[in-house]
Every structure is written in structure tokens, then in C-alpha cells.
Design a protein around this ligand. Structure first.
Ligand code: NAD
Length: 364
């Protein structure tokens, strides 16, 4: 058995209605004042929450999908102006990642753009991060990753400064997610579990969580998509998303996520749909004894059935699956950008630009 180091520093509060315990979480973390970060869909709820919890001193509610650095900078300014010692991100990955970046830059005066580009280090001090996911997908509540865009550029920044101190995973928060986003984000969680499992840096504890996440998603994603109000299915998906986050947090993701970046940046697919676009192709490409063992553990006949199940989930929800669905595609650039993405190095099968071209051509 290989040697490994496993660590998971986030305290997790899980369960329907758990957000009602926000006050106790703030007490436990000794938070005096917090800025709340969310998207437009949550603004009214955020204001109600603020009335009940006066330690929420300000709200930044302008987070959009593929969140911009400027939103994190504005949040950091709000935190400084109000003397906040914590940032609470309530939303999908976009809001949580904005909260993380804001908390990491709020205590310094370095140029945020230079920090974003890695030309300046993050300040030594940072604010406490509390993550409250409202989608079942990214697992950002338990990772040290913040994915931020600056103009057209989208960067995945991996740094311990982004690790939340607390995650409140309340499945009730996901009841309002529209069906298409439920499918996109659910397939993102599946991609996390599979990529954490097949990453060249995989390790036994993460593997266990990946297997349980895959089993749960295959059993419950369709129900959560068909029956948005089904709290049991939503709860199981929130749990699977959390496990997905834990299963890739240390091993990192691989080829499928590498390809998702050009697909989001140039063809505007939401993150989960971009991951789903190539996920079944990579199941076939990465099929080996270990992946067969995962399939067997989750009750599938093998990797071919896993790939077929992913395809039929995509078809069912009407996700984009073919190159023709993306408009005019510059295949040369797409294959090049996928091939040079650093996450490609984590894939168990090394792929040339030519092999990626063949994979995309098969998706005509
Ligand atoms: P998102 O946060 O971009 O949200 C998608 C849409 O759903 C938005 O319009 C949002 O307002 C809406 N929404 C969210 N929750 C809702 C709810 N409960 N009810 C109704 N509408 C709701 O989507 P996401 O897939 O959660 O996050 C994607 C982002 O996270 C991408 O930028 C991706 O790169 C990043 N990401 C980060 C990590 C990490 O570890 N930090 C991991 C994976 C992905």
C-alpha cells in the first residue's frame, strides 16, 4: 500500500435546517462581524438572515457565474470598511469562491490583480471563511481552491489561505435550484469523485469517499432533477457533493476538468455542463482495473455502463453533448488549450493533442 498524508481541516455542520444554527457557528468561531456574499437569487433571504443575525454587518450580492475578481475586491473593501473578521459565502461555487478570495486579501494592501496573477503573495493574515453551499456540485466548502475570473481569464488558484473554517451544508438551501442547474452541478460532483479517484495523486481515504459519492449520485441525481422538492434526494445529493469535494481536495482533478476551462471560457458552458461534456469520454479513455473496481463497488457491470449512465443523464436533461452544440468551434485551439492545462498532468492516461482531437471529433 502506498504511503499518504490525509488532512481535512474544515468543521462540517450537515443537515436540513442547519443554517438556523449560524449563530452558534459564529459563537464557536468567535466571529464578531461578518460580510455575507451571495448571488442575486439569495438577496431577499440574505436580508432576512441579517435581521435575525446582527453580526452580519454587510451584504455583497452581485456575484455572477464565473465570478470576477472585482467582486472579491469589493467584498474585501466592505469587510475593511465595516471592521469584519469573517466572510460568509452563501451560494454556488461562484459565491463561495468570491468569499474565499475576499477573505484572503482583506487584511493587506497588495494589488489584488498582482496577487491574482501570483506576482504578489497573499497577506499573512486573513479573515475567517464560512461556506454555505446552495448547489450540490462544487464541494468548494471543503477545498482550498478559489476559481476566479478576471476579464476573460479564468484561474483556479490553489492555496491553503482559501480553506474555510466551517461549512454549513443545509440541503434545504438547494430546494430552489432549477432542474438544469441541478443536473449540471450534480455531474460536476460526479466529475470530482471520478477525477479524485483516477487522479495520479489518489489516496485510500479519498478513494473511499469518491466511491460513496459516485454510488449516491447515480442513485439520487435523477430524482433530484425530476422532483426538485424531494428533500431526501436533495439531502443525498448535498452529501454526495460534499464527499465529491473531499475526494478531490487532496488528489486534485484531472483531464475532464482541464478540458472544462476552454469549454467555459470560449464556449460559455456553465462549469458543471463543461465537465459533463467530456466526462463519459474520459471514463472510456481512463478505463482500467481500478475504475472497473469502482464500477463493481457501486453495482455497475463495468466502465461501459458508467459511461452510458453519464450520457443518458446528459441526454435526459438536454445538456449540450456534441461539438455542433457549441457553435463555431476552433478545434485546433480547443485541443491545444486542453492539452496544455496543468490539470492534464494528473490524468492517469497521458494524452497528446492528437488524441484529444480524436476524442472531440468523436463528439461531432
Ligand atoms: P454558480 O455558483 O455559478 O451558480 C449557478 C447559478 O445558479 C447562478 O445563477 C446562481 O445564482 C444560481 N443558484 C445557485 N444556488 C441556487 C439556489 N439554491 N436556487 C436558485 N438558484 C441558485 O454554480 P456552481 O456550479 O455551484 O459553481 C460554479 C463555480 O464554482 C465555477 O466558477 C467553478 O469553476 C467553481 N468551482 C469551484 C470549486 C472549488 O473547489 N473552489 C470546485 C468546482 C467548481
Amino acid at each position: 500500500m502506498n504511503k499518504f498524508v490525509y488532512t481535512q481541516p474544515v468543521k462540517i455542520w450537515f443537515g436540513a435546517g442547519k443554517l438556523k444554527e449560524l449563530g452558534s457557528v459564529l459563537d464557536e468561531l468567535e466571529v464578531r462581524k461578518a460580510v455575507l456574499v451571495c448571488g442575486h437569487h439569495y438577496l431577499t433571504h440574505a436580508q432576512t438572515l441579517q435581521q435575525k443575525e446582527p453580526r452580519i454587518c454587510a451584504i455583497f450580492s452581485d456575484v455572477e457565474p464565473n465570478p470576477q475578481l472585482s467582486g472579491a475586491v469589493k467584498t474585501a473593501e466592505l469587510a475593511r470598511a465595516n471592521g469584519a473578521d469573517a466572510v460568509i459565502g452563501i451560494g454556488g461555487g461562484s459565491s463561495i469562491d468570491t468569499a474565499k478570495f475576499a477573505a484572503a486579501i482583506a487584511c493587506g494592501d497588495g494589488d489584488p490583480e498582482a496577487i491574482y496573477h501570483g506576482e504578489l503573495p497573499f497577506p499573512e493574515k486573513r479573515l475567517t471563511i464560512i461556506a454555505v453551499p446552495t448547489t450540490a456540485g462544487t464541494g468548494s466548502e471543503v477545498t482550498q481552491v478559489s476559481v476566479m475570473s478576471h476579464g476573460k481569464e479564468k484561474r483556479t488558484i490553489n492555496n491553503p489561505v482559501f480553506m474555510p473554517r466551517a461549512a454549513i451544508v443545509d440541503p434545504e438551501m438547494t430546494l430552489s435550484v432549477p432542474p438544469r442547474t441541478t443536473m449540471n452541478t450534480g455531474l460536476d460532483a460526479l466529475a470530482h469523485a471520478l477525477e479524485g479517484y483516477w487522479s495520479v495523486n489518489h489516496q485510500p481515504i479519498s478513494d473511499l469517499m469518491a466511491i460513496e459519492a459516485v454510488r449516491t449520485i447515480l442513485a439520487d441525481l435523477e430524482t433530484a432533477w425530476r422532483e426538485p422538492d424531494n428533500l431526501e434526494a436533495r439531502s443525498r445529493m448535498a452529501y454526495a457533493s460534499l464527499l465529491g469535494g473531499l475526494s478531490f481536495a487532496l488528489p486534485k482533478t484531472a483531464a475532464c476538468h482541464a478540458c472544462s476551462y476552454p469549454l467555459s471560457e470560449d464556449y460559455h458552458l456553465p462549469h458543471g455542463e463543461a465537465c459533463a461534456f467530456t466526462l463519459d469520454s474520459f471514463v472510456r479513455i481512463n478505463a482500467d482495473e481500478r475504475l472497473e473496481a469502482l464500477c463493481c463497488a457501486v453495482g455497475l457491470s463495468g466502465t461501459a455502463e458508467l459511461a452510458d449512465r453519464i450520457r443518458s443523464l446528459k441526454e435526459m436533461a438536454g445538456l449540450r453533448m456534441r461539438l455542433a452544440d457549441l457553435g463555431e468551434v476552433d478545434l485546433e485551439k480547443l485541443c491545444h488549450d486542453c492539452a496544455v492545462h496543468p490539470l492534464m498532468n494528473n490524468n492517469p492516461v497521458k494524452l497528446s493533442t492528437e488524441q484529444l482531437r480524436k476524442m472531440f471529433e468523436a463528439l461531432q
